[in-house]
Design a binder for this molecule. Structure first.
Ligand SMILES: Cc1cc2nc3c(=O)[nH]c(=O)nc-3n(C[C@H](O)[C@H](O)[C@H](O)COP(=O)(O)O)c2cc1C
Length: 223
């Protein structure tokens, strides 16, 4: 028998409705300004800001509290270049042979192609890995539960935290991403989830003019 331990939950902040509305609107107003940036300046980012944002990501809900994620923060120029070279190789194959016509049509408004200058231009990359298993300090292997969902939520927290801290991001998924294990020396049981590019937008950075679906297209209310 296990003996779960509980502590009083005293961190909850009970708000009145007016305050709830105000805060929800403020959050929406802030988060709707986030955009995926594909042109970065080379201005450095304070590492403590990244650390705080990673700590925020690490608070995400996750399957059985296994916290099945690893974040690898890369500011080293040589490693960034290695990643760019490998990513561009994969992306070239993707854009010329692997992607279906339908997929290329969906990507068209974004103006993306196999060139990934930002992997070297941006001051920082965060490679996010999802663990298939974990190895405890005593060497015991443990299963992970809902790892992909959990890492997706943590990544969402991370992107929101970075945006809140005044940084721009790009969610990049070169496909396949196994080369990240090799370059970053990660064990086989860590599966690359995505590569987050972060920094400040370059001076004349532009973003695709895309539309976000209104509430009635994304939500149903059943009373
Ligand atoms: C899982 C995932 C994978 C993505 N992969 C890429 C990518 O490889 N390259 C890229 O330029 N953008 C990528 N994006 C960014 C999307 O294209 C972008 O989020 C979408 O067009 C909406 O634009 P917004 O982020 O500015 O709102 C990805 C986003 C997600 C969530």
């Amino acid at each position: 028998m296990t003996n779960p331990k509980f502590i009083p939950y005293t961190d909850f902040e009970l708000l009145n409705e007016k305050e709830m509305l105000k805060r929800s609107k403020e959050f929406y107003d802030k988060i709707k300004k986030r955009r995926t940036i594909r042109h970065f300046s080379n201005k450095k980012i304070p590492i403590d800001v990244i650390k705080n944002c990673l700590l925020a990501a690490g608070t995400a809900p996750n399957g059985a509290n296994m916290q099945p994620w690893s974040f690898v923060v890369i500011t080293n120029k040589t490693i960034k270049k290695e990643i760019r070279i490998e990513a561009e190789k994969k992306e070239k194959i993707f854009y010329t042979t692997r992607a279906t016509k339908e997929w290329l049509e969906a990507l068209e408004p974004l103006g993306t192609d196999e060139h990934k200058d930002y992997l070297e231009e941006a001051p920082c990359l965060i490679a996010i890995f999802s663990k298939k298993i974990d190895i405890l300090p005593n060497g015991k292997k443990v299963k992970q539960y809902y790892a992909q969902e959990s890492v997706g939520i943590a990544t969402g927290f991370l992107i929101a935290a970075l945006h809140n801290a005044g940084l721009a991001t790009l969610t990049h998924t070169p496909s396949p991403m196994g080369f990240l294990n090799k370059i970053l020396n990660r064990p086989e049981y860590e599966r690359p989830f995505l590569l987050l590019v972060l920094g400040y937008p370059s001076e004349n950075a532009e973003v695709p003019n895309i539309r976000k679906k209104p509430l009635n297209e994304i939500a149903d209310f059943i009373e």
